[in-house]
Design a protein around this ligand. Structure first.
Ligand code: ATP
Length: 435
């Protein structure tokens, strides 16, 4: 279990500009969160790492970026209009609403002890109308998952890029679910982001490919710093499987509020392609290059929530060290995903020659490393604490020795040790460290 509480994480995220409540100055909007300057960097770094690992880093994967608004028939064929619902119960006394499957006792209100009404199915898709006419034909839904955007583009990709099996489509984007009870910060919200893959295989190959994707998902967790001992596989029991799935493994993470789903890996058979082919009357198949047979490939789906990744990464990175005045909070992010890679400071801000020299070092490093920050507030110890708390891997300080011999100190976030490095060697030194 993580050693940080949700209160600590939420407060750090707000105080240091990672994540804010959505529409906060108007009292918020339940189930929405806004990423601030540091949070959006962290999110972007995570999404780029995912794209590099699973799309551009492989020969058998293609990216897509489908529209959020989709023809309502997509969601009829996928089963979402009829079945994408959670059981909702309402308290007859306080009128609060709960997800029946999240309650231990479905008869008594956990808030006011009033009696709960009958459970009914509540569809979680956000409905809207497209165009000026508000008739039935104008109904559209905000996508509740990115997956369908890939199934409906299967033929377009096959016709335009002529991939051979096995191959996959990957997508990063927003998904919307009108969750009955959004909770646990960014863990369960109504607007969130997913990184999903639909990997198409011959039916007889599904087991081997499923195992490959389990490994790939662990490699991803290693890459972003989610420790394996905090992750637990849950083999979903046959009776609990979604209607389209023949096997699903959930990857659960020890969040500060308990062990909950982080990612999922599902074998979806050829359910989706068959359903869309039937409903749209457009044949969806691929010609096998060995046998020239037309086949409807089967599909393995690894799915990754972006926001749950961020929460798991934050909880894993959070450390408190030292005591009393020496106490520090450190976010030990992997350097590749840290919002700022480096911080440059002049030892004193009221010495023009130090400021000038530090500015030169800063702009040189910014050109080389991109996201480099500047800090000349307060004393050097306070600056280190501030950078530790936002996870900046290295702080570079320009002091009086720099003016004499062109060297700077480089301070390591995790060990708090300092190295003296010549400015001319900084690029090599830091490139190695930031890998
Ligand atoms: P849960 O059982 O927690 O509601 P789910 O099984 O419905 O999740 P999936 O439909 O498998 O979730 O969605 C794929 C991924 O999208 C999840 O593994 C999770 O990372 C993310 N996700 C799903 N719902 C939410 C949400 N409301 N807020 C944030 N992330 C979500």
């Amino acid at each position: 279990m993580s050693n940080v509480s949700m209160e600590q994480l939420i407060s750090l995220c707000k105080r240091r500009g990672f994540i804010f409540q959505g529409s906060e100055i108007y009292g918020g909007l339940a189930g929405t969160w806004d990423y601030g300057p540091l949070g959006s960097e962290l999110k972007r770094n995570i999404q780029n790492a995912w794209w590099n690992m699973f799309i551009t880093g492989r020969e058998d994967m293609f990216g897509v970026d489908a529209a959020i608004l989709m023809n309502q028939n997509v969601w009829k064929a996928s089963g979402h209009v009829a079945g994408f619902s959670d059981p909702l119960v309402e308290c007859t006394k306080c009128k609060r609403r709960f997800r029946a499957d999240h309650l231990e006792n479905t008869e008594v209100c956990p808030e006011c002890q009033g009696s709960l009404g009958e459970a009914r199915q509540f569809n979680m898709m956000f409905k809207t109308t497209v165009g000026a006419l508000e008739d039935e034909d104008a109904t559209a839904y905000l996508r509740p998952e990115t997956a369908q955007g890939m199934f409906v583009n299967f033929k377009n990709v096959v016709d335009s890029l002529h991939p051979k099996l096995p191959f996959g489509l990957g997508q990063i984007g927003k998904a919307f679910r009108n969750e009955i009870a959004p909770r646990d910060f960014i863990f369960r919200s109504r607007e969130f982001e997913q990184m999903e893959i639909e990997y198409f295989v011959k039916e007889e190959d599904w087991q081997g490919r499923f195992a490959d994707w389990m490994n790939a998902m662990y490699q991803w967790m290693d890459l972003v710093g989610i420790p394996r001992p905090s992750v637990h596989e849950l083999e979903v029991a046959p009776d609990d499987l979604a209607h389209y799935s023949k096997r699903t493994v959930d990857f659960e993470f020890d969040f500060p509020f308990g062990r909950k789903e982080l990612y999922g890996l599902a074998y979806r058979t050829n359910f989706d392609l068959n359903n869309h082919a039937e409903a749209s009357k457009v044949p969806l198949y691929i010609v096998d290059d060995e046998t020239s047979e037309k086949i409807v490939p089967h599909c393995i789906e690894p799915t990754f929530g972006v926001d749950r990744t961020i929460l798991a990464v934050l909880a894993s990175a959070y450390h408190e060290e030292g005591e009393g005045d020496d106490k520090r909070v450190v976010l030990k992010f992997r350097p590749s995903i840290a919002p700022y890679k480096l911080c440059v400071s002049p030892l004193l801000r009221n010495k023009p020659e130090l400021m000038e020299k530090a500015r030169v070092v800063y702009s040189g490093l910014k050109k080389l490393f991109g996201n480099v920050t500047w800090d000349d507030n307060g004393n050097i110890g306070k600056r280190y604490r501030r950078q530790d708390e936002i996870g900046t891997p290295y702080c570079i300080t320009v002091d009086f020795d720099t003016l004499e011999n062109d060297t700077v100190t480089v301070r390591d976030r995790d060990t708090a040790t300092q190295d003296r490095v010549a400015i001319g060697d900084l690029e090599m030194f830091l490139k190695e460290k930031l890998q």
